[in-house]
Ligand binder design. Structure first.
Ligand SMILES: *[C@@H]1O[C@H](CO)[C@@H](O)[C@H](O)[C@H]1NC(C)=O
Ligand SMILES: *[C@@H]1O[C@H](CO)[C@@H](O)[C@H](O)[C@H]1NC(C)=O
Length: 413
């Protein structure tokens, strides 16, 4: 009894302090915004832009100082910037900076080059406004960090269960994925039909590995082009290995793409032993991977990072993989497997999918979400597999098809 009460009291203490701090911050934030509104109102409307009128990147190039060209003088919507704290492109330096992740593509140097040109009052005003946006983001950051429990590794928003409808499919594969040793899901883009054909004829050509039973399925989204959708339909009918989900094929929808594979595997590929997810610019060495999966000592592995094991990855708040504080209220992602190549035994994949059915899916970094956030929620333990030869990441460029062919040639006896 006494223990119980003590525990309750302990819980109560920090709660009250927390709410005090929160109220204080809210008040501080409010005063700050009012103060800045006041500042902004003192700038002549003609000198304002809404932050979008000037393309972000160009803002720092010398050319951008030509205001007549770059500023929309009629746009008086400046105060909107103050409110759109979570969606505006940030200039705070929170990029995804993990040891191994490769998604850190936005160069930071450009963002930091803001310098005041002496004697240009217009520019000084603009910079003041930039500071407003930055500070508003900082407030957001503090607000969300305080609201989150530091002992939890994923934001409350994802830890809590919420019902999410299953994905609908436009085209489903006919390939038999029941009772396989391995079912491979290849994340592919609508327009990459040439690449898919090469994959079918090289590493996914399972006659090469007769010892094992394998099925390969391509994960694709729908296009907004009628022409491409028509081609996709034909390809699906001819090859019978496309799973086309009812989502637009865009990188912001990669999370849907990944989950579409899990859903198909969980529902249709009954009694199959292993799930493998690869990107279409990866060359998986299937004999090596199957050798690994079939070793008795590896049967305990719940999630095998066959490519990179990413630790301490910071959530990126700007650029292509931008995630708002509202959507992800923590600084870092939990440990995750880079999406290029990872595998799971069936029971783990099913468990992951069961959790995907009750979790928000709006985190744009699909691998951090699937093998990080969802994995953590499902309580699965990831393991870095040392052998880098299992999955070779080829750079996806104009020569990707030649590279896949060359890699395949090297694998022939
Ligand atoms: C993702 O897919 C949904 C459903 O098709 C669509 O409404 C949304 O616009 C897509 N997102 C992007 C960024 O294309
Ligand atoms: C949330 O959903 C998962 C997956 O269905 C389930 O295992 C878990 O028990 C649920 N948690 C709560 C608190 O309902």
């Amino acid at each position: 009894m006494g223990e119980e009460r003590k525990r309750r009291r302990r819980k109560k203490g920090p709660g009250r302090i927390e709410s005090l701090v929160r109220n204080f911050l809210a008040f501080f934030g409010f005063c700050f915004i009012v103060f800045n509104l006041f500042l902004v109102s003192k700038i002549k409307p003609s000198s304002l832009d809404d932050g979008k009128a000037i393309p972000h990147k160009e803002k720092r190039t010398p050319r951008a100082f030509n205001f007549e060209v770059d500023i929309d003088f009629h746009d008086k919507s400046a105060p909107r910037v103050l409110k759109s704290t979570t969606s505006s492109t940030s200039t705070t330096s929170t990029t995804l900076s993990s040891e191994t992740s490769s998604k850190e593509s936005e160069p930071e140097s450009e963002e930091k080059k803001a310098e005041v040109i002496p004697g240009n009052p217009l520019l000084a005003q603009l910079q003041k406004k930039e500071g407003v946006v930055q500070t508003a983001q900082l407030i957001d950051r503090v607000r969300y960090l305080i609201a989150e429990n530091p002992d939890e590794s994923i934001p409350k928003r994802y830890a809590d269960n919420t019902t999410v409808p299953d994905l609908e499919f436009m085209i489903t594969p006919e390939v038999d994925c029941v009772r396989k040793d391995l079912v491979i899901f290849v994340k592919s883009r609508v327009e990459s039909s040439g690449l898919r054909e090469i994959i079918r004829n090289t590493w996914a050509h399972t006659h090469a590995i007769e010892k094992w039973s394998i099925a390969t399925i391509f994960l694709v989204g729908k296009s907004d082009s009628k022409y491409l959708n028509k081609n996709l339909q034909n390809e699906g009918r001819d090859k019978q290995d496309l799973l086309v989900g009812d989502y637009l094929d865009a990188y912001q929808n990669l999370t849907s793409k990944s989950i579409s594979g899990l859903q198909w595997f969980a529902n249709e590929c009954t009694d199959s032993r292993n799930y493998l997810s690869v990107d279409d610019d990866v060359f998986p060495d299937l004999p090596l991977i199957l050798g690994f999966l079939n070793k008795a000592e590896n049967s305990q592995v719940e999630l095998a990072c066959l490519y990179n094991y990413v630790q301490h990855a910071r959530v990126t708040r700007k650029g292509k993989w931008q995630t708002s504080w509202e959507s992800y209220g923590k600084e870092f992602y939990p440990v995750y497997c880079e999406g290029a190549c990872f595998s799971m035994p069936r029971w783990a994949a099913v468990k992951l999918f069961k959790n995907a059915q009750v979790t928000y899916r709006d985190a744009p970094v699909d691998d951090a979400y699937l093998t990080g956030v969802l994995r953590e929620k499902a309580g699965l333990i990831p393991k870095q597999v040392q052998n880098k030869r299992m999955c070779k990441h080829l750079v996806n460029d104009d020569e990707i098809i030649q590279k896949l062919r060359a890699e395949w040639a090297q694998h022939q006896p």
